[in-house]
Design a protein around this ligand. Structure first.
Ligand code: 5AD
Ligand code: SF4
Length: 464
């Protein structure tokens, strides 16, 4: 009998990757993933600690899952094991089980290769329905990557590949150095092997993941260390791998090798997420960002020199402690100067244990809201303008999945825009004159003529 595993993922793409890998780890133990917690034998909440809202949401979700568990128990149904993984687990540890005793086990981002034995111990240790309360949040000396099985459940032609983890930068607002630990880069040879395996299973688009991905410095097998630019060049040699992306980068690690990869490597996609956080040098210094507005703009100029059509994306924080109107205006000015294709912006959220949380001059909530609204209005305007500039153009789209409407396919442009393709809307047919279906085009690169542009996506037809 198969056991059922439900995983809920919060937060970043690294967590999405980790959740998939946890499913891979549990699969040999008879667990198949399901879409709802209702019938799950094992529920894993893979949590995010980056802002207070994300972290608090976990407890309300635990409450809901507890109701399901109790109702099922009362009806004589199967036992449910509840595990909390990810960054809240790492940050709060055993406290979580004090606050929500229904949680069976808490494990961190560096120990999830041990999930099967933890689940087994949790099941064995349960007494009269009372959880055993297990904790594994150490930073082990072994790397979990050496213990993970091959990835199994691939969803479509685009995949993530974790190349680097952790962060040594210590931005004063950020929990990541504490929850994910010190920077670690996986060896080049391991990554090449994993990428080849992904491509052999039909993957054509790989996004390299790391909290600080462009600080990548994995063992190159020749007694030296590789760079991200070098890794991208090697990966681009793999036959069948059409697209390479990477996220998230730090401006100060944007070296020449990486910038020139954007010029020289056709598979290196013209889209880059390069968070700036603020446009004010005073605030950037207080954030310990190690770059200024000008040095960031200089990196952008060099990147655009190498790849003129590069689409840029960024994260922004408004209302960092001490942020004055003129600091915020400097952020707005930087946004106007760069022109972003996409962006993510947040109100500063004080996180326990971080230096900024105890800084004086915390900004009142209503000021934060006002600034966020103004910034988001500008960023949305830019995003729409970027999408509208694609009208009438023909873009290469990698078909990833069927759309909601009949005859519709969805894929991504080189600039990471979601593109909805109306397959019946053009004269394009297969050799025998039939209109192609999803299975004909899934995983294929098609040329799409863009006919419609909205704030969040493009629409078009297959070019003749
Ligand atoms: N408050 C608000 N936003 C934050 N981020 C990181 N820490 C905080 C915080 N304490 C944002 C940054 C980062 C993104 C992933 O989340 O913009 O780049
Ligand atoms: Fe959230 Fe950061 Fe952890 Fe990702 S690494 S889940 S963004 S706290």
């Amino acid at each position: 009998m198969k056991k059922k595993l439900f995983i809920k993922t919060y937060g970043c793409q690294m967590n999405v990757y980790d959740s998939n890998r946890m499913a891979d780890v549990m699969k040999p133990h008879g667990y198949e993933t399901v879409e709802s917690p209702d019938e799950a034998d094992l529920v894993v909440l893979n949590t995010c600690h980056i802002r207070e809202k994300a972290a608090e949401k976990v407890y309300s979700d635990v409450g809901r899952i507890r109701m399901i568990k109790e109702e099922r128990c009362a009806a004589g149904g199967a036992e449910m094991t509840i595990a909390v993984a990810g960054c809240v687990a790492q940050a709060e540890g055993a406290e979580m089980m004090k606050r929500a005793p229904v949680i069976d086990l808490v494990l961190g981002p560096q120990t999830y290769h041990r999930l099967p034995e933890l689940v087994r111990s949790a099941e064995a240790g349960r007494k009269n329905g009372k959880p055993a309360h297990l904790l594994d949040t150490e930073f082990p000396s072994e790397s979990k990557f050496d213990f993970l099985p091959e990835e199994s459940d691939l969803q479509g032609p685009a995949a993530f590949l974790a190349v680097q983890e952790g962060c040594d930068k210590f931005c004063t607002f950020c929990v990541v150095p504490y929850t994910r630990g010190a920077e670690y880069s996986r060896p080049v040879a391991d990554l090449m092997k994993e990428a080849r395996r992904l491509v052999s299973k039909g993957v054509r688009d790989i996004t390299l993941l790391g909290q600080n991905v462009n600080a990548y410095h994995g063992d190159d097998g020749n007694g030296g260390t590789g760079s991200l630019g070098g890794l991208i060049r090697s990966l681009a040699e793999i036959d069948g791998l059409a697209r390479i992306r990477y996220t998230t980068s730090h401006p100060t690690d944007m070296d020449d090798a990486l910038i020139s990869a954007h010029r020289d490597v056709a598979a290196c996609m013209p889209y880059l997420h390069l968070p700036v956080q603020s446009g004010s040098d005073r605030i950037l210094a207080a954030m310990n960002r190690k770059h200024t507005a000008e040095s960031y703009l200089d990196v952008i100029r060099r990147l655009r020199d190498a790849r003129p059509d590069l689409a840029l994306s960024s994260d922004f924080i408004v209302g960092f402690p001490g942020e004055k109107d003129e600091d915020f205006e400097a952020t707005m000015a930087l946004v106007r100067e760069v022109g972003y294709a996409q962006s993510f912006s947040f109100k500063y959220s004080a996180r326990p244990g971080t230096p900024a949380s105890v800084m004086p001059f915390q900004v009142p909530e209503d000021v934060k809201s006002e600034r966020l609204a103004a910034l988001q209005a500008l960023l949305s305007e830019q995003q729409l303008a970027f999408n509208e500039a694609c009208l009438g153009k023909t873009l290469e789209v990698l078909v990833e999945r069927p759309g909601k409407r009949p005859g519709e396919l969805v894929g991504r442009s080189p600039y990471l825009q979601a593109v909805h393709i109306d397959v019946t809307g053009s004269d394009y047919t297969l050799d025998e004159g039939t209109v192609p279906t999803y299975s004909d085009l899934m995983g294929q690169m098609v040329r799409v003529e863009i006919r419609d542009a909205g704030p969040g996506n493009l629409r078009g037809v297959i070019a003749a």
